[in-house]
Write a protein that binds this ligand. Structure first.
Ligand code: NIG
Length: 388
């Protein structure tokens, strides 16, 4: 018999089950890696172990749908210059590519594990990560293999920028040919940085279509630094997600609202690059699906903290607490194409993954009400309690 754990005396339970409001005085049972029961504390069944959370809030573990965790080095000098007025530019990516190529596999793995552990201890129970700092066949394949050791979903971002000293046409042929073939054993999505200074719309289309032919799902880095065609392209090609979305026209917002493409906003990136915030409020009001992700990377957003992103989305981007929590959990799952997954990623559902977090607070609103305060009190991932 699989052991059962009863978590009871939940002050506020957020399940993300459609139509279910946040419940008070709730309880749930974990059986192995799954949720076996959800209900009122007074009706809770007996279990092998009972844990009272003393009126605390319980919510699904965070689903971080956009990270770049395979890298070496840091760019704190670039960050400091930015805080002194220099604008963010994609050209900084080359510095991380040099550091990553110069690092040993053990160093890359250790850094990835460090960041993954950091995120897990803050409640991130499911995460995507990308390649994109190798940018040659061997280094991208290595990044994909390392990413798959840690991440639930891996994205191929060979089309991050054209590496120094390489002809753009030759590089596109490499990305859509041998590099794509080399990463295929480990990746589920292909992504492209569709932006001035990286790849234009036609180049991006070529990358995405090659990925689709190889059986991959599509994601796009779009409209981060300026108006461009990234969002329109993502919607046209039915991408699962278009990420950043800072510079949107009303046509972009309408197109997203009429599509199944998720707009993934990256609040920590917006503050760290001093970009205008993505218009999350306008997107939601128009009917678009919005996810919140960390975009953890050493250049534009060096944080693993979804609590920080949620607080920023509420305090600075006009999202309600309920919207921000949903966007960083179920929204992330939809951005990863997991709407129909029986695992119920980003939800607390009977039969779904037992991925949840307990806050050192009576309500999820404290995530924004008490910004910067470490509120993660307990985390279960796949039914296993995470040592904090
Ligand atoms: O998502 N925008 C492109 N890629 C990363 C940043 C990479 C970097 O600056 O190293 C992002 O923000």
């Amino acid at each position: 018999m699989t052991a059962t754990i009863l978590i009871t005396d939940i002050g506020e339970l957020t399940t993300n089950l459609p139509g279910a409001p946040r419940a008070t005085d709730a309880a749930l049972v974990i059986e192995g890696a799954r949720i076996a029961w959800i209900g009122s504390a007074g009706d809770a069944p007996a279990a092998d172990t009972a844990i009272s959370v003393g009126g605390a809030a319980v919510l699904p573990g965070w689903v971080d749908a956009h990270t770049h965790l395979v890298f070496a080095g840091d760019r704190s000098a670039e960050f400091e210059a930015r805080m002194a007025g220099r604008p963010y530019a994609a050209s900084g990516i080359a510095a991380t590519v040099r550091a990553t190529r110069g690092a040993s596999e053990a160093e890359l793995r250790a850094n990835l594990r460090r960041l993954r552990g950091e995120a897990l201890r803050q409640g991130t129970t499911f995460h995507e990560t990308k390649t994109g700092y190798g940018l040659d066949v061997g280094a991208e394949a290595q990044a994909a293999r390392l990413a798959a050791e840690s991440a639930d979903v891996v994205t191929f971002l060979g089309a991050h920028v054209v590496p120094e000293g390489i002809d753009p046409r030759a590089y596109l042929d490499l990305v859509t040919g041998p590099m794509l073939q080399a990463v295929l054993p480990w990746v589920q999505f292909i992504d492209v940085f569709c932006e001035r200074g990286a790849f234009d719309v036609e180049q991006s289309r070529e990358v995405l279509e090659a990925g689709r032919r190889a059986g991959l799902g599509l994601r796009v880095h779009g409209n981060q630094l300026g108006h461009g065609g990234g969002v329109a392209l993502a919607v046209e090609l039915g991408a699962a997600s278009v990420d950043h979305c800072n510079a949107l026209t009303s046509a972009d917002i309408d197109a997203l609202a009429a599509s199944r493409t998720v707009a993934t906003v990256l609040p920590a990136c917006d503050v760290s690059t001093r970009q205008p915030f993505a218009p999350a409020r306008a997107l939601i009001d128009a009917g678009a699906t919005v996810a919140i992700a960390s975009n953890c990377n050493p250049g534009s957003s060096y944080t693993t903290s979804l609590p920080f992103c949620v607080a920023t989305a509420v305090l600075q981007m006009g999202m309600t607490v309920e919207e921000a929590v949903w966007s960083a959990t179920r929204g992330g799952a939809l951005a990863l194409g997991l709407s129909d997954s029986p695992d119920a990623v980003g939800m607390i559902a009977v039969g779904g993954r037992a991925d949840l977090q307990v806050l050192a607070a009576p309500a999820a609103s404290h995530l924004a009400y008490r910004p910067g305060v470490p509120l993660t009190a307990a985390v279960w991932r796949d039914g296993e309690r995470v040592p904090l």
